[in-house]
Design a protein around this ligand. Structure first.
Ligand SMILES: *Cc1c(COP(=O)(O)O)cnc(C)c1O
Length: 548
């Protein structure tokens, strides 16, 4: 054998090994593997570095744009990954990290996810997924039933019907919202008479056919930004995603919504859909879904509910009523990677009427043949992983009652945290939790009193300094890496619509204890004692005593 061929053969053999031979248990990867299967939390606690490193520094580890010419030893690569990637990741599962919608996942998700990846099924068509297709259809039916509470015979009729789908499984809430509005658009602009439908002829001809100037989607100002992407993609235009004013509880202002609808109609714009929010991303409030359903009925338009965050509240007998009216929605978005505690990358949209999704149906000769049970004919995405398996596992292993407990505890924990915030002199609760999200800010009692007595201009200036203080605390807390809340900007009614910076806490991690919550506030008070902040507080004292 020539030296060159020997080289090539050896490389080929090592390539085959990559696909077939598992790592020896004493190799680095083998050890990580064991650590991860045994005690993920321990592994991560040991390896995720808490102290924040500057992103610009981290970027230097990922700056080569040339694809490596030669293969690398798995062991070398693993060391790199451990030091540069794992160490610099965010510890989303840490119970003191109550700032985002991403938290802990149950331990069984990990080994099951490996099975899913090893099987590497593609849900776009039955040929590459087999049992995964009926399983995904079952998951969609279960979530459909959670929302719409149909009868046994309804689900027997539709669950595996090859021409229809009760919903679409996708990568998250964004694609779910896009899919919902896509179906709504294609239904409103469906084929009729000579018009072959918007899917065939495009938006311009659809508007001509409908004899209107444009299509509009209305949602409260708290609407998720994914709806803007949908308006853009669907050709409606972001200006026609109309953000309606909210009331003091962050819910859509119904009289204002009615006004906006008639204004739009006066301009020759057709209302495509009203969108209600089942748990806003920033404050966790729920729109008046029944009232929205009534109005959508009057207008004859689609009614979508974005319950990406709050949907699983339906598991709770105690709190289910908060989402009353959701069962009247034409479509509902649910994110499994949020409150179903499934790993990142799983969302769903379910449709009340099994016919609705047919409006986006797509067939291709080599794949997705008509009459086949292929799910790909009713989804925006093409090739898709078997994530539904992890939702299926969660629903089976945790069960309705388990999720009920998780939801109830999350809401109770948020209430508890709100009480803690209120009990402390140094904080001001900005939005009460309706589900499990609340906002608050650092604003000591003496300052609250002085601010209340001050004139509008002084209040405005005071809030500006307070914004800086709260930003500083939040940033510093994140950098120290022990506990974490996020921050956002809101315009609460009590400050006459002035926009202020607030901390946002999301109480979704079941491992977050009362003690940990106290420590989040302790840490914030401690940071507030540092010189940068005491200087700003002195500025505030000066400002307010001058004004008084
Ligand atoms: C998170 C969220 C979305 C978007 O979901 P992704 O999974 O991030 O795409 C949409 N709407 C609401 C209300 C959300 O909370």
């Amino acid at each position: 054998m020539s030296p060159l061929r020997a080289f090539a053969k050896a490389n080929l053999e090592s390539l085959y090994r990559v696909f077939t031979v598992p790592e020896a248990p004493d190799s680095t990867l083998g050890r990580i593997d064991q650590a991860i299967s045994g005690d993920v939390r321990g592994f991560l606690q040991e390896h995720v570095v808490a102290l924040e490193r500057d992103l610009v520094e981290i970027e230097k580890d990922f700056s080569l744009s040339r694809i490596p010419e030669d293969p690398t030893f798995v062991s070398d690569y693993t060391e790199f990954m451990k030091e540069k990637l794992v160490a610099q990741s965010v510890h989303t599962a840490a119970p003191g990290f109550i700032g985002h919608m991403t938290s802990a996942i149950p331990y069984f998700m990990l080994p099951l996810a490996r099975v899913m990846i090893a099987l590497n099924q593609n849900l776009v068509k039955v040929e590459t997924s087999k049992a995964f297709t009926p399983m995904e259809r079952q998951v969609l039916a279960m979530l459909h039933r959670l929302v719409y509470e149909g009868t046994d015979s309804f689900y027997d009729r539709w669950i595996h019907d090859s021409e229809h789908a009760l919903g679409a499984f996708c990568s998250g809430g964004t694609v779910a919202n896009i899919t919902a509005l896509w179906a709504a658009r294609n239904r409103l602009c469906g084929p009729s008479g000579d018009f072959k439908g918007i899917a065939q002829e495009g938006l311009l001809k659809a508007l001509k056919h409908l004899n209107c100037e444009g299509l509009a989607v209305l949602v409260s100002r708290r609407g998720h930004y994914s709806l803007g992407k949908a308006a853009d993609l669907l050709g409606i235009g972001r200006e026609n995603l109309v953000g309606v004013d909210i009331d003091e509880n962050n819910r859509i202002n119904m009289p204002r919504l009615r006004e906006r609808c008639s204004e739009l109609q006066g301009e020759g714009i057709r209302i495509l859909s009203l969108v209600g929010i089942g748990g806003t991303t920033e404050t966790g409030n729920v729109d008046p879904l029944d009232a929205l359903a009534d109005l959508a009925g009057e207008l004859g338009c689609h009614f979508h509910v974005d319950a990406a965050w709050g949907g699983p509240t339906l598991f709770s007998a105690t709190h289910r009523h908060l989402l009353k009216g959701i069962e009247r929605a034409d479509s509902v978005t649910l994110d499994a990677h949020k409150q179903l505690y499934v790993p990142m990358g799983a969302g769903m949209v379910v449709f009340k009427d099994p016919e609705t999704l047919s409006s986006i149906e797509h067939h291709a000769a080599y794949i997705l043949r008509k009459g086949s049970k292929d799910l790909g004919s009713h989804t925006l995405e093409g090739s898709r992983p078997g994530m539904a398996m992890l939702v299926h596992a969660g629903l089976a292993i945790i069960g309705r009652k388990g999720y009920e407990l998780l939801m109830d505890q999350g809401i109770e924990r948020a209430r508890l945290f709100a009480d803690m915030v209120e009990a402390r002199e140094d904080f001001e609760l900005v939005t009460e939790p309706e589900l499990n999200i609340l906002t608050y800010r650092y604003n000591p009692a003496w300052l609250q009193q002085a601010m209340a007595a001050a004139d509008t201009e002084t209040q405005r200036q005071g809030n500006e300094i307070l914004d800086q203080i709260n930003q500083h605390i939040q940033k510093r807390q994140r950098e120290d890496g022990k506990t974490f809340v996020s921050r956002t900007r809101l315009a609460p009614g009590r400050y006459r619509g002035e926009i202020i910076t607030v901390f946002r806490a999301v109480l979704a991690n079941p491992l977050t204890t009362g003690e940990i919550l106290e420590s989040v506030l302790d840490e914030q008070c401690q940071i507030a004692g540092n010189s940068a902040i005491t200087a700003m507080l002195d500025d505030l004292r000066l400002l307010l005593s001058c004004a008084a």
